[in-house]
Design a protein around this ligand. Structure first.
Ligand code: KIV
Ligand code: ZN
Length: 520
């Protein structure tokens, strides 16, 4: 049994996909989840791509102590210099440099000949080695590359000091047998292949990313690159939770282990979905709502007799606690705290008080409180960037009037810096009317309204409504979530949060521009 390393690229390959952008605080929150889960490598970003990316890679490098922190770089000196500047303060920094090796990419994207690509690979791996010994080299579009040429590139990268060789299936084109064969070919044909770790990085365009990664492991790969919830370009990357649980569930096939604390998987998945304003499809393996539900009578009967009849892994193994109703109106703060600790959450005193207050308020509105309600309260009150600052808008009160024979009207009162602002608007339904009233008060920057979703947290008519609103401005998305048994209130809270985030980013951009103008 040997160990396979888990390289998480949620903050780079995941974050670069549309609608999944995260701000600095959110990225740090995700990085901390990954560290707790004990991933081996965190790819924190692509440092040269923007000043914001540089800052987040650099902050994560300084914050994370127990994982290798990597930055991506193209095979150019400037990229490598910037990647190194961003990760140099990490406990174990890694530069991850890449160049494309497929005929299509070399001719049309790089406009380079194969010989030039070989030369650049040698020179840039060598250049990066001047900075640190932990160098990962990726041959982009490896699976559509000529195998003899790819072998030469890998050989050159190893000769010049790469310690990890990653062979990405950039466009999700390969199949399990092919992926396995490519890794085996490299191990058998490249001199000094035993001195490096081979790695797989699969995209999911044909739904085979997890299978292809596992086949790579069977071929001898010692590192899997993946993302939480399979986030990533187009159809996404290999999903961390699926690939890790597959190896854990079938050691008889894969004969490998990972360092991952699988009980942290569910929490990490929730955190990422919460930040990007999405929910898992209900049938998503491992983390979807139905992943462990047994609906049919035959299955239920079997599971009651012996769980193993239909359960190959337990919810507890990935950190999902039993849905016990143990708390209610008369529960005290200590019982509440003990229960959320049991659910895997550790809160600061301030967060605990906020959550407890909200829990008590919910007890007055809802008869049965279960773990899903409590979890929703905890997530809404502890996520990065969720709190409303005094100089931002908070909800004071609202009133809606609607019927099926009049135009809906909403009145909203907001507070900012202790001052109240009230407006009233008509709309295409009460939620639209309330959002219009908020727009009149906030006077937001130019943006588009990207998404509105509402989910029920648990069963029953008195369920909490969990509303997500996503706004888009300047190619960045701003997610707000609101939680209430009243869906109008949940919607208004979500909209205000998204607005605040957008206006906060806008004012820091303005401040940045002013600073640059003063510098000149
Ligand atoms: O998909 C890909 O090829 C990549 C590389 C840059 C590693 O993400
Ligand atoms: Zn990729």
């Amino acid at each position: 049994m040997h160990q396979v390393k888990i390289f998480d690229t949620t903050l780079r390959d995941g974050e670069q996909s549309p609608g999944c952008s995260m701000n600095l605080r959110e990225k740090i929150e995700v990085a901390k989840c990954l560290e707790k889960m004990k991933v081996d490598v965190i790819e924190a970003g692509f440092a040269i791509s923007s000043p914001g990316d540089f800052e987040s890679v650099n902050t994560i490098a300084k914050t994370i102590k127990d994982c290798t922190v990597a930055s991506l770089a193209r095979a150019s000196e400037k990229d490598i210099d910037t990647a190194w500047d961003a990760v140099r303060d990490a406990t174990d920094p890694r530069i991850h440099l890449f160049i494309a090796t497929s005929p299509l990419h070399m001719e049309y994207k790089l406009k380079m000949t194969p010989d030039q690509v070989l030369e650049r690979t040698a020179a840039m791996v060598k250049y990066a080695r001047n900075y640190c010994s932990n160098i990962e080299f990726s041959a982009e579009d490896a699976t559509r590359s000529d195998i003899d040429f790819l072998t030469k590139v890998v050989d050159v990268a190893i000769r010049n000091g790469a310690s990890v060789i990653n062979l990405p299936d950039t466009v999700g084109y390969t199949t399990p047998s092919e992926m396995r064969a490519i890794i085996e070919h490299m191990i058998n044909n490249v001199e000094n292949a035993d001195k490096v770790e081979f790695s797989v990085h699969c995209h999911n365009d044909l739904g085979m990313a997890v299978a292809n990664s596992l086949a790579g492991v069977l071929g001898g790969a010692k590192q899997i690159e993946c993302t939480i919830n399979g986030l990533g370009e187009r159809a996404g990357n290999t999903s961390l939770e699926e690939v890790v649980m597959a190896m854990r569930t079938r050691p008889d096939i894969f004969e490998v282990s990972t360092e991952i604390d699988t009980t942290k998987i569910y929490r990490a998945s929730k955190t990422v979905y919460n930040i990007i304003g999405q929910n898992p499809p209900i049938n998503k393996p491992i983390v979807g709502k139905n992943a462990f539900a047994h609906e049919s009578g035959i299955h239920q009967h079997g599971v009651l007799a012996n769980k193993k009849t239909y359960e190959i892994l337990t919810p507890e193994a990935v950190g999902i606690t039993a849905n016990n109703i143990v708390l209610g109106k008369h529960s005290g703060k200590h019982a509440f705290q003990a229960h959320i600790n049991e659910m895997g959450y550790t809160l600061t005193e301030e967060e605990l008080l906020k959550c407890f207050d909200e829990f008590k308020a919910l007890c007055d509105k809802k008869k049965n409180i279960n773990d899903a309600d409590i979890e929703a309260i905890v997530i809404h009150n502890t996520s990065a960037d969720e709190e409303v600052r005094p100089d931002e808008y908070a909800l004071d009160w609202f009133a809606v009037h609607t019927s099926n024979f009049t135009t809906a009207t909403s009145t909203v009162s907001l507070i900012k810096n202790g001052k109240k602002y009230e407006d009233v608007c008509l709309g295409d339904g009460p939620i639209d009317a309330a959002f219009n009233a908020i727009d009149k008060i906030v006077k937001p920057v130019k943006h588009t309204f990207d998404l509105y979703t509402i989910n029920s947290i648990s069963e029953g008519k008195d369920t909490l409504g969990d509303v997500t609103v996503k706004l888009l401005a300047d190619n960045r998305s701003y997610v707000g979530r609101g939680l209430s048994t009243d869906i109008f209130e949940a919607s208004i809270l979500a909209y205000i949060k998204a607005m605040n985030k957008m206006m906060r980013a806008y004012s820091s951009d303005q401040a940045g521009e002013k600073e640059t103008a003063n510098d000149n």
